[in-house]
Design a protein around this ligand. Structure first.
Ligand SMILES: Cc1ncc(COP(=O)(O)O)c(C=O)c1O
Length: 388
């Protein structure tokens, strides 16, 4: 037999990220027009028109390499963060996900440990395992709060990273500033704490962690943010980190030259000049999640109170079955098994009209499954299976 290439066993064995189903796929598969996608926590209002215009204006210069240094963007991001943050404390990447990948590249070697807090964003585990690292779990409490003591107890001399997602995907719950202070008080110097704040612009809880305080105090923390959610630029792929200058410089070394495309740079700069778009998005999301929470609670589906632009709820039936029935009605949601919540479904907050369509479709689906069950037909129950 021909000799095979030597595949890196860690990469070969790590789970692969599966994305939410696209509206186009659903339209083609079920012949439904007017599909609404509430599966990937995208912005219900679309991108900032200013960003779209700037991207169109940058097209003619595409034959040139983008600026090697993205100093201008880093300056703008620092000014945007405020609170005395300087450009030396900023590093950029192609989305928050690439920033997380650079962090894993920079800090995880074979046999190192990273602490994650399931249920949470699966990319932490995927990226750590790709590097040959071990994932140590400090689960959230039964009401999906951070268990600071469990996290501190999980630290060993081999721990390199702790991932804190706030608001957390998929629960929408947060770490409070008091909890984060307790955590930081117990974290030793060899451990870097990553605060993933992809959804921070949707928070209205007054006690949410003020992670930039830790950056300003010179602690070894990395705050990851993105333009994919509140800025409506998920397709552009721009994310960034706010960190101790030594960490920001180190992350810079982990990147490739010309790493942000010319269109990304142009679109990001313009989007940062459009705070009204973010403010409008925030308003639609906060109103929408209140309304959706009430509806789901009235249906007895146990939604977890969310500080983000999505909610998880427990439909009582197999989430995959509920998902497929909703697809046939042109509504795309996300079974949460991939996010360590096998009995739950996650729905992104949409426009008022989209939220209403989702609730109507969900009621129909649950009624239909209930009627089938009453007629003695087999309906599948939650499998309890984490699909990561
Ligand atoms: C918790 C969390 N972090 C980071 C990201 C990264 O998003 P992006 O790579 O689009 O910036 C996501 C996207 O869904 C997320 O849910």
């Amino acid at each position: 037999m021909a000799e095979k290439p030597h595949f890196n066993p860690h990469i070969a064995a790590a789970p692969v990220y599966t994305a939410g189903t696209s509206a186009e796929e659903v339209a083609a598969r079920y012949g439904v027009t007017d599909v609404i996608k509430l599966a990937s926590n995208e912005n219900p209002l679309g991108p900032s028109p200013k960003a779209v215009e700037a991207i169109a204006g940058a097209l003619e210069a595409l034959y040139r390499y983008p600026r090697v240094s993205d100093d201008v963007l880093r300056e703008r991001l620092a000014a945007h963060a405020g609170e005395g943050i300087t450009p030396e404390q900023i590093a950029t990447a192609n989305g928050g996900t690439e920033m997380l990948s650079l962090i894993a590249l920079g800090f995880i070697e074979e046999g190192h440990e990273a602490i994650i807090t399931p249920p949470t964003f699966p990319m932490y585990e995927i990226l750590v395992r790709r590097r040959g690292g071990h994932v140590v779990r400090a689960e959230l409490t039964s009401d999906y709060r951070y268990n600071v003591e469990a996290i501190l107890e999980a630290i060993t001399p081999r721990t390199r990273l702790i991932f804190i997602c706030s608001p957390n995907n998929p629960t929408g719950t947060i770490i409070t500033h008091a909890e984060a202070e307790r955590l930081m008080a117990g974290v030793p110097g060899h451990v870097v704490v990553v605060f993933d704040e992809a959804y921070v612009d949707f928070v209205d809880h007054p006690e949410h962690v003020r992670s930039l305080d830790f950056v300003r105090q010179g602690r070894y923390v990395i705050v990851v943010r993105t333009l994919s959610k509140s800025y409506g630029l998920a397709g552009l792929r721009v994310g960034y980190a706010i960190a101790h200058p030594e960490l920001a410089e180190y992350l810079w070394r982990c990147r490739l030259p010309f790493h942000l495309g010319a269109l990304s740079l142009a679109g990001a700069l313009a989007a940062l000049d459009d705070p009204d778009h973010v403010a409008r998005t925030r308003q639609v999301v906060i109103e929408g999640r209140r309304w959706l929470h009430r509806q789901l609670a009235e249906m007895g589906l146990n939604p977890v109170p969310s500080q983000s632009n999505f909610l998880v709820f427990r439909p009582g039936y197999d989430p995959q079955q509920v998902y497929e029935h909703l697809l046939r009605r042109g509504v795309v949601v996300r079974p949460a098994g991939f996010f360590y919540m096998p009995d739950w479904v996650r729905v992104t907050v949409g426009t008022r009209e989209q939220n209403e369509r989702f609730v109507t479709a969900l009621k129909e689906v649950l009624d239909e499954l209930g009627a089938r069950e009453a007629a003695g037909e087999a309906v599948s129950r939650p499998s309890g299976q984490i699909t990561l």
